[in-house]
Design a protein around this ligand. Structure first.
Ligand code: PLP
Length: 377
């Protein structure tokens, strides 16, 4: 089903259903995106990054759909996310915690069958101490900082860690990983610099597999793939590479209900602050989503919604629960109470909304509110 068919279908199916916004999540498109990435990186395999509730789309639904496609590694950011996801996935899967382990959380992590990504020598030692206490071998991933200075074992701890690992019998390192800071910029030289760092590390930890690429890294080519890639945004339809056509299929649609229409004469103020003043007679519609639903206030006077392919500009400020749009471009009577307008769909991508809001697709996706009715297809 293409994006447009999906959009029309949802719009008709929902007429009169009473919710004020519908978030449509196309799990079949998600699976096609996963297969596309898997094909691009073979013989490497693809994990899925499902942190932040799978970028707002539902970690349980997304992970189960991807498991059926053969995905067996699922990355989250926090231990609590992993604990929530663990009972929803079969035991043939690994759930890995990118942000590492807080002191005191080791036993919980081990008992829940969750794999920590260890980001420092201290975290490694605590995990090994826990393995000792439990009298068993515990799995782990080692993350190295190769130039982002965010998370990972710093360069000055590398050799000490390599030495301790040699004599440590109770930690099984599944693979080593690092994260690219500029993977969405194909021409950025930092990518090659980080790859060179990763190769130096791999030489020290000779028998260990490498996991390196996020969505952008997948499309930087085979040098960056290692044995396992870690896409997030590309699975969810976001563009992996800046300034290039997006090879992924859209996964998310958002339609929001009209809650009032009016005709305003020239000189009418619209919205908080009265900042927008109509320059001519204008037909307006107020729709039922605002910044509390993840449509940033920075869209005030800048963004738009669509109806039947017609662009309806946002006028005045975005409110907490609503936005007012100019519908003068539509034939009179086209929109009425309960009509649904497109916020995300065939006419407007995540990137379009992000650009109008002055942010990135990730932030739009992960902010999409809890008040929409979620529909999985
Ligand atoms: C979020 C994250 C990813 C996924 O990144 P995308 O750009 O969404 O593909 C991969 N690895 C790490 C360490 C991350 O934090």
């Amino acid at each position: 089903m293409d994006g447009h068919a999906l959009h029309i279908q949802s719009r008709e199916a929902d007429a009169g259903a009473g919710a004020s916004g519908y978030l449509t999540i196309d799990l079949a498109a998600l699976c096609r995106n996963y297969r596309k990435i898997s094909k691009a990186v073979a013989p490497a395999t693809a994990a899925a990054v499902v942190k932040a509730d799978a970028y707002g789309l539902g970690a349980g639904q997304v992970s189960r759909a991807l498991h059926a496609q053969g995905c067996r590694q699922f990355f989250v950011a926090h231990l609590l996310e992993a604990i929530k996801l663990r009972p929803l996935l079969p035991n043939d899967t690994q759930i890995l915690v990118l942000n590492g382990l807080q002191p005191g959380a080791e036993i919980t992590c081990a008992n829940a069958n969750i794999v920590p990504v260890l980001n420092s020598l201290e975290q490694f030692r605590r995990w090994s101490f826990t393995a000792d206490k439990l009298g068993r071998v515990l799995p782990a991933v080692l993350q190295f900082d190769t130039g982002m200075s965010r998370l990972g074992i710093p360069p000055q701890e590398r050799s000490a860690l390599a030495a301790e690992l040699k004599t440590c019998g109770n930690i099984e390192i599944i693979f080593i990983m690092s994260h690219l800071a500029c993977a969405d910029e194909v021409d950025n030289r930092q990518n090659a610099d980080q790859l060179a760092q990763m190769r130096l590390i791999a030489a020290v930890f000779a028998d260990l597999d490498i996991c390196f690429a996020n969505s952008g890294g997948v499309f930087l080519g085979g040098d960056y793939h290692g044995v396992l890639v870690r896409p997030g945004i590309a699975l969810y339809g976001g563009a992996p590479t800046a300034g290039r056509p997006n090879p992924m299929e859209p996964v998310v649609g958002l339609d929001v209900a009209v809650i009032q229409t009016r005709t305003a004469p020239a000189g009418t103020r619209v919205g908080y602050g009265g900042k927008h003043v109509t320059s001519a007679e204008t037909r307006l519609a107020t729709i039922a989503a605002g910044y509390a639903d993840g449509l940033p206030r920075s869209l005030s006077g800048r963004g738009a919604v669509f109806y039947d392919g017609v662009r309806l500009p946002i006028v005045g400020r975005v409110s907490m629960d609503s936005i007012t749009v100019d519908i003068t471009a539509l034939p009179e009577g086209t929109l009425s109470l309960g009509s649904l307008v497109e916020v995300l769909g065939p006419n407007q991508t995540l990137e379009d909304v992000a650009e109008a809001a002055g942010t990135i697709s990730y932030e739009i996706l992960t902010s999409l509110g809890r008040r929409y009715e979620r529909r999985y297809r």
